[in-house]
Design a protein around this ligand. Structure first.
Ligand code: SF4
Length: 327
């Protein structure tokens, strides 16, 4: 559309949530693919979307990454294959080894931490409850760390209320990293009420990035007419941000991938817009949304900050660290 003259535009305050967008695990995963392309050349295979964002995946595809869902789609041996930030079942690196692929694990270290917790509980003879969403690759990866049946999925407080334990005194729980903080607290409370001896994480499994982005949305939601969450529909933490906005007093919230997806009929008569992005969505997409609103509104931008998040950094996988030889 042609931009209106500034004097004809209605005013719009854009309230930016901070922190928003990329987390340290996503930065590490994207850097891993870029470093692998620089080191090994094309093609570099990536099992599953490296992070759940179409813009990121397309950018990497253009640079030479080849996205696959299963290893048997890779026609050659001795080529690099990167496992996505969500983690993979134990069987996947084993299969990669059998096929002589160069496996590079971009699983977020905070997901790997949950894998290790589950293994420790299993070694101590505990039945494990995983609080999470069926079908999400992180859930598949966490359940796949242990033999079938060792980890059982609980998705809701209702399921927690009806869970039948093999031995109520030998029970533990772990969680997906990208859940709603409030929903998870409710599920954990339901489990603890029924199984007082259940073992759990010393510190939350929900990661810092998920927690902080939800906290920022909670502050902004009550003071805006609408909220846009930039992210992909298959991004768990982005979906949760939209839910958090709606539950905390925002009358209208949408998860959108790009500015082109904005339905202007639904954002026509607002004076305050909240804006955030899931942990896999780059800042350039936030800028694109602001530009789209600036073509129709006289936009002023304010930032509401919940937590200072600078300085969080995860080292790259050793195969793509500078100065380290590939295995
Ligand atoms: S959202 Fe959390 S768990 Fe997922 S990649 Fe980012 S830091 Fe890691």
């Amino acid at each position: 559309m042609t931009s209106l003259p500034a004097s004809d535009k209605p005013s719009l305050k854009v309230v930016l949530c901070s922190p928003r967008g990329f987390c340290a695990g996503v930065v590490r995963a994207i850097d891993t693919v870029e470093r692998a392309l620089a080191k090994y050349g094309k093609p570099v295979y990536v099992r599953h979307e490296i992070v759940h964002n179409r813009y990121v995946v397309e950018s990497l595809r253009q640079k030479g990454a080849v996205f696959i869902e299963e290893l048997d789609e890779i026609p050659d041996a001795d080529v690099p294959v990167i496992f996505s930030a969500h983690g993979v079942p134990k069987s996947v690196p084993i299969d990669a080894g059998k096929r002589n692929l160069l496996a590079i694990d971009a699983t977020c270290p905070l997901v790997t931490k949950v894998h290790r917790e589950a293994e420790i509980h299993h070694r101590r003879g505990r039945e494990i409850i995983l609080i999470g969403h069926a079908g999400h690759p992180e859930v598949t990866g966490t359940m796949g760390q242990l033999p079938a049946g060792a980890v059982r999925l609980v998705q809701t407080a209702q399921e927690a209320a009806s869970f039948v334990a093999n031995d109520p005194d030998r029970l533990a729980y772990v969680t997906q990293t990208t859940l709603s903080v409030d929903d998870t607290a409710e599920i954990v409370a339901a489990l603890k009420a029924r199984f007082p001896n259940i073992a759990g994480p010393h510190k939350e499994d929900i990661c810092y990035a998920t927690t902080n982005r939800q906290e920022a949305v909670k502050r902004v939601a009550p003071v805006v007419d609408a909220m846009i969450v930039v992210g992909s529909p298959n991004s768990s933490n982005s979906q949760r941000l939209k839910e958090v906005a709606l539950r905390n007093g925002c009358p209208h919230a949408e998860l959108l991938q790009r500015a082109a997806d904005i339905d202007w009929n639904r954002f026509g008569s607002i004076s305050r817009l909240g804006l955030t992005a899931g942990a896999s969505a780059p800042e350039v997409l936030i800028e694109e949304i602001i530009d789209a609103f600036a073509a129709r509104y006289a936009v002023s931008v304010e930032t509401v900050s919940a937590v200072e998040e600078s300085g969080i950094f995860f080292p790259l996988p050793r195969q793509v660290r500078s100065g380290e030889a590939a295995e």
